[in-house]
Design a protein around this ligand. Structure first.
Ligand SMILES: Cc1cc2nc3c(=O)[nH]c(=O)nc-3n(C[C@H](O)[C@H](O)[C@H](O)COP(=O)(O)O)c2cc1C
Length: 148
């Protein structure tokens, strides 16, 4: 049986809300990344909660978009991960603006690049725009596709 974790960073709760919607359908372990400071302008990130994914085959990663990139805290988390050979990933980001090109697409690419560099396999990707009329459809799509 595939063991799946939901690993997210959420500053203001949107990404957490999506993770909880996924959890309503499937009770994956929800692991939160935390740093000493949530200030997106901090020059250096010091992680204090670093979810260990060694025992998981599949990981769903969620991050907010900060300045057309994934949050620095998610970036710091991904960067410190060891080799990911044999693991599969689904990725989602939440953003404010209604169009994917306003940060979500760039952020997904950034996550995909790091995971591929570490020999992990990316399966599904999803984007949620908090201001878009399509928000609910976008969340439902993530809930439907991001399963084990
Ligand atoms: C510093 C900062 C930068 C942001 N940059 C963007 C951006 O480039 N594009 C966008 O659509 N939303 C941007 N946002 C909005 C967040 O991505 C959005 O509110 C997200 O859903 C927050 O997720 P969270 O509640 O899980 O922290 C930014 C928010 C902050 C605080």
């Amino acid at each position: 049986m595939t063991k799946t974790a939901l690993v997210i960073y959420s500053k203001t709760g949107h990404t957490l809300e999506v993770a909880k919607r996924i959890q309503l359908k499937k009770e994956f372990d929800l692991l939160m990344i935390e740093a000493t400071s949530d200030d997106p302008n901090q020059p250096f990130v010091e992680l204090i909660e670093i979810p260990d994914i060694i025992d998981y085959d599949h990981v769903i990663l969620g991050s907010p978009v900060h300045g057309f990139r994934i949050s620095k805290i998610m970036n710091a988390y991904l960067t410190q991960l060891p080799d990911l050979k044999g693991k599969t990933f689904d990725l989602f980001v939440t953003q404010f603006f209604p169009f994917a090109w306003m940060g979500a697409n760039q952020s997904i690419k950034q996550m995909q690049k790091i995971i591929k560099q570490k020999n992990g396999t990316v399966r599904q990707v999803g984007r949620v725009s908090w201001r878009s009329r399509k928000k609910e459809i976008q969340i439902l799509n993530i809930v439907k596709t991001m399963q084990d």
